[in-house]
Write a protein that binds this ligand. Structure first.
Ligand code: GRF
Length: 196
């Protein structure tokens, strides 16, 4: 059997995407969550990790003099686990050049990029009046949700949807997409070559 894909997962919120990854790992998927990092204290994601015995760390921008210092500190925390891949799963911070120079990072986003990037993808899609939206898994580059797309799933907007109801349906697809993508990236490691 090939070695599992070694992951560090970054979270900011409830961590349901992380939970899907942990559940898949427990069910035999070819990856291993080495640690979970958060940008704030008290995340549901860190709690989910701890209850599975997965180490956690917190790296808060506010604890550093500059954004560059935070970037360097987060890089050191990630380096300590020597992951094959860093997974930004609902991590609400833009990663800096030090992290991105040292680690390959994938992100999940709750809209069909390149439409509706940024922190409010669901709200912006709904406000625009689209009838179909969805989620995207992509490589992270220096931009905000601009990196090469790996996978997408479509979700229909229903009459009467609110940001909350639509986001919940998107997250069902997003969790499955993320597990599929990680399984694929574990099977074919050719992505370890530099980004195009
Ligand atoms: C996901 O939809 C993610 O794409 C977005 O925030 C949500 C996080 O959900 N940025 P969870 O914390 O994984 O439940």
């Amino acid at each position: 059997m090939t070695e599992p894909l070694r992951l560090v997962v970054l979270v900011s919120g409830s961590g349901s995407n992380l939970q899907a990854v942990l559940d898949a790992e427990a069910a035999g998927a070819p990856f291993l969550v080495l640690a979970v990092g958060a940008d704030r204290d008290g995340t549901g994601g860190a709690e989910r990790a701890s209850s599975r015995g997965v180490p956690t760390f917190v790296s808060r921008v506010a604890d550093h003099d500059t954004r560059a210092d935070w970037d360097a500190a987060l890089t050191r925390l990630l380096d300590a686990y020597d992951p094959d891949l860093v997974v930004s799963a609902g991590f609400m911070k833009v990663l800096g050049p030090a992290v991105l120079g040292a680690h390959r990072v994938v992100n999940t986003h709750p809209a069909l990029l390149p439409s509706f990037p940024g922190a409010h993808g669901v709200r912006d899609a709904l406000a625009h009046g689209v009838r179909v939206t969805g989620c995207t898994c992509h490589w992270v580059d220096a931009g905000v949700d601009t990196g090469p797309i790996i996978e997408q799933r479509a979700v229909r907007v229903e009459d009467g949807d609110t940001v909350e109801t639509l986001h919940e349906r998107i997250k069902v697809e997003e969790r499955a997409m993320l597990v599929d993508v990680l399984t694929r990236l574990a099977a074919d490691r050719s992505w370890r070559t530099p980004l195009p």
